[in-house]
Write a protein that binds this ligand. Structure first.
Ligand SMILES: [Zn+2]
Length: 332
């Protein structure tokens, strides 16, 4: 896949940073060890002079093969002595070689004149991150979800106890995140505003990203707007392809975007392409099935209903409760 110049530049800067850091750490480690064990300097000097020693021996009339063999053995013993000193300190890399993030390309991004896999992964990560909305994911993880925000009394209309119900939903989503792979099912998180849908979907995103999966997440309105700008030539990029190809796509707050035939056809294309490719998508929405049908028509709604696992979020608006708590606490 082609990436923009900015993505390449950011990736190369990251590789430079990794390389520099690995070298700097190795140099610092060496300085520390040399200060503690001055013998290391002697050993290094002797090993560096091996070639000169061979030359001297030969000039002095020694047999070449024997001289090489002798120096080689000395060298091995010096290596072993150095390794032994370092092992005492729990260091197992010989000769203070930098420990690169990617040993294959030594953090240059190129191996055997080809783009190293680490650079491919990095490019993808950066491109997805640039498409996503990291601001909304701040502080969103399962640890920060509070069940006590959900009422513990049965709902007068449905009889459902929100706290108990949400405990099960969150448990399901935690397991979903832990077991996430490219064949995981798609999820439809539905329920009223402020019942934790965005928080849960971004918590899943966080776990999936930490596991190395390519995730794109954002409000539907913003993601579709990006595609629209590119489609009509007002911006460069291939956001739509990336949204189709990523391992997990999270469309937050479906139904709050502007209603337009272009957006509807984009949505259909995103959702349908990912279903055909067997890739998971998570949609959160305030809409129920009838409202989805009314807004998007049969084609999109039937794809969602037929292919997504529905999870219904219940409870009161958590944002309101948080706000009330804040005002209450500040008032004390
Ligand atoms: Zn590499």
């Amino acid at each position: 896949m082609g990436y923009s110049r900015e993505v390449y530049e950011e990736a190369m800067a990251e590789l430079d940073q990794r390389r520099m850091l690995a070298r700097q750490k190795a140099a610092e480690l060496r300085d520390r060890m040399v200060a503690k064990y001055p013998r290391i300097l002697e050993l290094e000097r002797e090993m560096a002079n091996a070639a000169i020693k061979v030359a001297r021996a030969v000039l002095a009339g020694e047999d070449v093969d024997r001289a090489v063999e002798k120096i080689k053995n000395q060298n091995l013993m010096q290596q072993a002595e150095l390794a032994e000193i370092l092992a005492k300190e729990g260091i197992y890399t010989p000769n203070f070689e930098p420990r690169y993030h990617c040993p294959a390309c030594q953090d240059t991004g190129v191996v055997n004149n080809k783009t190293c896999d680490c650079l491919k992964i990095l490019l993808r990560e950066i491109a997805y991150k640039r498409l996503s909305y990291p601001g909304m994911a701040k502080d969103m993880d399962f640890e920060k979800l509070r069940l006590d925000y959900y009422p513990n009394e049965p709902d007068s209309r449905t009889g459902i106890i929100p706290r108990r119900h949400m405990k099960e939903i969150i448990e399901y989503c935690k397991n979903y995140a832990e077991d996430f792979d490219c064949n995981s099912p798609s999820l439809l998180l539905r329920g009223a505003t402020g019942t934790g849908k965005t928080h849960v979907s971004l918590s899943i995103a966080k776990v999936a990203i930490d596991k190395g999966f390519g995730v794109i997440y954002g409000p539907v309105q913003k993601l579709l707007h990006k595609i629209e700008k590119e489609h009509f030539g007002r911006a460069d990029g291939n956001s739509e392809d990336m949204m189709i190809e990523c391992d997990l796509l999270i469309l937050d707050d479906l139904g709050t975007e502007f209603s337009s035939p272009f957006y509807t056809s984009c949505l259909y294309n995103l959702i349908n392409s990912r279903i055909l490719d067997g890739k998971p998508t998570i949609i959160s929405t305030n809409f129920n099935q009838n409202e989805l049908m009314e807004r998007y028509g049969e084609q999109i709604t039937s794809r969602i209903i037929g292919n997504f696992v529905p999870l219904t979020f219940v409870g009161k608006d958590i944002r309101q409760i948080r706000l009330r708590d804040k005002i209450h606490n500040n008032g004390e």
